[in-house]
Design a protein around this ligand. Structure first.
Ligand code: ZN
Length: 94
């Protein structure tokens, strides 16, 4: 599935619900899911890890839908390499 398709799918599934919940409520859910991802990383639970990544992505894309952000366009920020140094891989000092 491509980025555009995924964003459309998430919109079809959740846009109505998330519109009622609003940006702040949806953002809180995203943060909640990031917390669950953190717990999955700590437990090093591989099967759960994949699931939690999917959930974080779904909530992130859902929030983007609410705010009218086109993720396919947004990620082009990185298509020419690191936005700061312009290199692939990044050579910025940490
Ligand atoms: Zn860099």
């Amino acid at each position: 599935m491509e980025i555009k398709e995924f964003q459309k799918l998430i919109k079809d599934i959740y846009f109505e619900k998330d519109s009622k919940r609003g940006v702040e409520g949806t953002f809180r859910w995203l943060v909640e899911e990031v917390g669950e991802l953190a717990r999955a990383i700590r437990k090093a639970d591989k099967s759960n890890l994949q699931e939690e990544f999917a959930d974080v992505a779904a909530w992130l894309f859902s929030l983007a839908n609410l705010l009218g952000v086109d993720m396919d366009e947004a990620i082009r920020k990185y298509e020419k390499g690191c936005p700061k140094c312009g290199n692939i891989p990044c050579t910025c000092d940490e």
